[in-house]
Design a protein around this ligand. Structure first.
Ligand SMILES: Nc1nc2c(c(=O)[nH]1)N[C@H]1C(S)=C(S)[C@@H](COP(=O)(O)OP(=O)(O)OC[C@H]3O[C@@H](n4cnc5c(=O)[nH]c(N)nc54)[C@H](O)[C@@H]3O)O[C@H]1N2
Ligand SMILES: Nc1nc2c(c(=O)[nH]1)N[C@H]1C(S)=C(S)[C@@H](COP(=O)(O)OP(=O)(O)OC[C@H]3O[C@@H](n4cnc5c(=O)[nH]c(N)nc54)[C@H](O)[C@@H]3O)O[C@H]1N2
Ligand code: SF4
Ligand SMILES: [Mo]
Length: 698
């Protein structure tokens, strides 16, 4: 056994691990690397799951081809040749848009898979391109594009120096941070209070993160945009915003102010479930703190007003004087910086096309995933007839899994690129398995942009690949070659492509602010600390100003006003994450799934009592979109009127090869999700109206 260092790529925390490896083939113990410059030993249970992921007998190790209801192993060339020939035939008969592409979450956690997804995107050239951002971060990427001119200019709170952190709709105690690289998660978050600062949490559930906060405030789901306007209202009214100073760097202050005028705390209080005095106090605390940062994530992105709320979080930081300031929110210096390329490539990347059936807009090259099913079902030119799905599981992760599964079953071709025959790939004709990250190595090209302390790490491969396997990059390039290059060129192009991802990372590192290289990083197994965050000094808009009142967002404010003044649903559902879970996968690993039932419906005791329901009762949860059966868990963590159900479950579908996950109980929360917000078509999975009915057994 030798111990090697490796950076975990399962979430944004970027924990350094020490991994025991024997003969380059089997994995022993995994622990946090105490010498890692960034994570200093922090680790969560999922890292240990990487070992079982390597050993899992259900993990596919060679291509599979469907024969009726059965799978049979098949050779790589045979699989890739047939997939490419069938894709080509479909594209030439029905056009490129007849092939859909879904690129899932793990892709952003791997440099080789990220480049692979770009190659697939280019090779397929389809406008029916989907990714999880429409269930996740699109509102934030959109807000940052509008305000700062670049979707990659996403500021992070300067956790190491701030005196006051206001967190809305994020649960870093469980998620370990999102669009926020915390490394030594617990210690960094706790250190804010240890040095006399404050942490305030706004969440419809008193989540695990509340234990790190001085104050937790319940908010009615979807209420954040109204709350943020009300905070701005108080700050403008009490002259806590230095308008002159803001005008030096930003346009639209006047418009923002006149919009905020319409949201006095008294107007929003009942709608958002926070009284006037508390709203005013939250604003005054922000004003009084020497440095402050406002941070929001999934709870705020994926609700009815995600784009507005994400805009107002940024606007509030700017108005507080926190933008691009130590102790406020800052842009980490990515050592291999994609931002200049992103700025160029994403110019105008909004509504360049829209979905065929209901006309939702493209954003950053993708359509909202919610339209996938109807684009498969609805006849006519441009109907999706084939789907390539890489590192995703849309049957569980996007709205309405049953209908999508039924539509997938009717497609001419479904190709999964995945470790597992998951609920989506149960409908695949081919399953092409990638390698384990320990076999491919990793450089966190995207996530290093979110680290709260500048640093750099590279993890070269620490395990030999299983004989004859391919990784995501090789699978994508092999398909692209077969789709577009003459046979005679395959061998030289293959040689050229082999190390291209590493060569590109290396080139970006050399061009980057620190003049590094992959070789230099390979000699620093614990990473290199590059110091605290530094000011960027400029944004990427054409006029160099922050745009505080983007018209496309301002246009959605009347809808918010109507919501504030409208009657409200009696009961709404929000999501929940668990430390031992990762979206819809890693549920096939016993080390992470043992223990009590996780996918329960958390309900406030008063809401349960009003319906005559008791703890542990099986109930039917339903709404216009669908219904599921679930077990109740009474909990005063919940805001009355709000229930919480985690997503990523619902593994009891036929056709999968998940012998452990199949027995993990819990319904698919997305069976109840159907609505989208109108600006981008982001799924509303937080604040979903639901009803609970007792389930009579027998
Ligand atoms: N253990 C674990 N870690 C993960 C993941 C996982 O599945 N498991 N997934 C990873 C991924 S892909 C992501 S994107 C990140 C997400 O990272 P986070 O955003 O930090 O995690 P969530 O648990 O989604 O936190 C959302 C919070 O918002 C609250 N909330 C719901 N609705 C509202 C609302 O309308 N307003 C407000 N203010 N709050 C609301 C919820 O109660 C919840 O506490 O986590 C990543 N890390
Ligand atoms: N209701 C509700 N729905 C949600 C959310 C929510 O909060 N509530 N959260 C949303 C969010 S934030 C996200 S990010 C999405 C995630 O949803 P998806 O993008 O669909 O991704 P996952 O569910 O994480 O499934 C990932 C798949 O990738 C495979 N995989 C893992 N690593 C690799 C790899 O290196 N290569 C390849 N080829 N495959 C790999 C896994 O086996 C798994 O099958 O779900 C979203 N859905
Ligand atoms: S916190 Fe994230 S990066 Fe760290 S060990 Fe857990 S999953 Fe991996
Ligand atoms: Mo996500």
């Amino acid at each position: 056994m030798v111990e090697r260092t490796f950076t975990c790529n399962l979430c944004d925390a970027l924990c350094g691990l020490c991994v025991e490896v024997s003969d380059g083939e089997s994995v022993g113990a995994i622990r946090g690397n105490p010498d890692d410059v960034f994570s200093r030993g922090h680790v969560c249970p999922k890292a240990v799951g990487l070992r079982e992921l390597h050993a899992d007998p259900d993990r596919v190790r060679q291509p599979l081809r469907r024969r009726g209801a059965h799978w049979e192993p098949c050779g790589w060339d045979e699989a890739l040749d047939d997939v490419a020939a069938r894709l080509r035939a479909i594209a030439s008969a029905h056009g490129k848009n007849a092939i859909g592409l879904y690129v899932g979450n793990p892709v952003v956690h791997s440099h080789r898979a990220s480049f692979a997804s770009q190659v697939l995107t280019a090779a397929l050239g389809t406008q029916n391109h989907f990714d999880p951002n429409s269930q996740d971060g699109n509102p934030r990427l959109f807000a940052c594009t509008q305000l700062y001119g670049n979707p990659l200019l996403i500021p992070v709170p300067d956790v190491e120096r701030t005196d006051h952190l206001l967190v809305l709709g994020a649960n870093p105690a469980v998620s370990n941070g999102s669009q926020l690289g915390l490394g030594d998660v617990r210690r960094r978050m706790r250190s804010i209070r240890e040095r006399g600062g404050r942490v305030v949490l706004v969440d419809p559930r008193r989540s695990e993160t509340a234990a790190w906060a001085d104050r937790h405030v319940f908010i009615r789901p979807g209420g954040d945009a109204a709350l943020l306007f009300a905070l701005l209202h108080v700050l403008f009214r009490e002259r806590a915003i230095d308008v002159r100073a803001i005008e030096q760097m930003a346009s639209g202050v006047g418009t923002l102010r006149s919009l905020a005028d319409r949201f006095p705390p008294a107007r929003v209080a009942a709608a958002i479930g926070i009284d006037e005095a508390t709203i005013t106090a939250l604003a005054r605390e922000l004003a009084a703190a020497p440095t402050k940062a406002v941070y929001a994530r999934v709870g705020v992105c994926v609700n009815a007003f995600g784009p507005l709320a994400c805009w107002l979080v940024e606007a509030l930081n700017v108005c507080l004087g926190s933008f691009d300031r130590a102790g406020g929110v800052m842009f980490p210096t990515a050592p291999a910086d994609l931002a200049p390329i992103a700025r160029h490539l994403t110019r105008g990347a909004f509504a360049r096309w829209s979905s065929r059936v209901r006309g939702l807009p493209e954003f950053l090259g993708s359509l909202p995933s919610v339209v996938m099913t109807e684009e498969m079902e609805t006849p006519g030119e441009g109907r999706i007839r084939a789907l390539v799905c890489m590192a995703g599981n849309p049957v569980l992760s996007t709205p309405g899994g049953d209908r999508l599964a039924a539509a997938l079953a009717k497609l001419e071709l479904v190709v999964g690129i995945d470790h597992y025959v998951n609920e989506t790939h149960a409908h695949a004709h081919y399953l092409l398995p990638p390698r384990h990250v320990f076999q491919t190595g990793n450089y966190d090209l995207l996530l290093s942009r979110f680290a709260v302390r500048n640093h750099v790490k590279y993890s070269p491969p620490i395990l030999a690949p299983y004989g004859g396997t391919r990784d995501d990059w090789e699978i994508a390039t092999e398909l692209a070659l077969r789709l577009h290059a003459p046979r005679a060129l395959h061998a030289p192009l293959r040689r050229f492509a082999k190390r291209l991802p590493e060569q590109m990372v290396d080139a970006l590192l050399r061009l980057g602010a620190h003049g590094l290289s992959l070789d230099a990083l390979a000699r620093a197994p614990n990473g290199i600390d590059l110091g605290p965050l530094v000011r960027r000094g400029h944004v990427d808009t054409d006029d160099g100003l922050v745009h505080l009142a983007p018209p496309v967002l301002v246009a959605d404010v009347p809808r918010l006003e109507r919501w504030v003044d409208a009657p409200r649903a009696a009961l709404v559902m929000i999501g929940r994450r668990h430390l031992r879970s990762n979206n819809s996968w890693m549920h096939n690993l016993p080390v992470l799934t043992k223990g009590p039932r996780r996918a329960t419906l958390k309900v406030h005791p008063d809401d349960a009592a009003a319906r005559g329901l008791v703890d542990g009762a099986p109930v039917r949860l339903k709404n216009a979109a669908g219904e599921v059966e679930v077990v109740l868990e009474l909990s005063d963590e919940m805001m009355p009127g709000v229930v919480s159900l985690p997503h990523g479950f619902g593994h009891q579908r036929p056709g999968t090869r998940l012998s452990v996950a199949r027995d993990v109980p819990g319904p698919n929360a997305n069976a109840l999700v159907a609505e989208v917000e109108p600006v981008l078509g982001t799924t509303i999975s937080n604040g979903v109206p639901v009803e609970i009915e007792p389930l009579s057994r027998g």
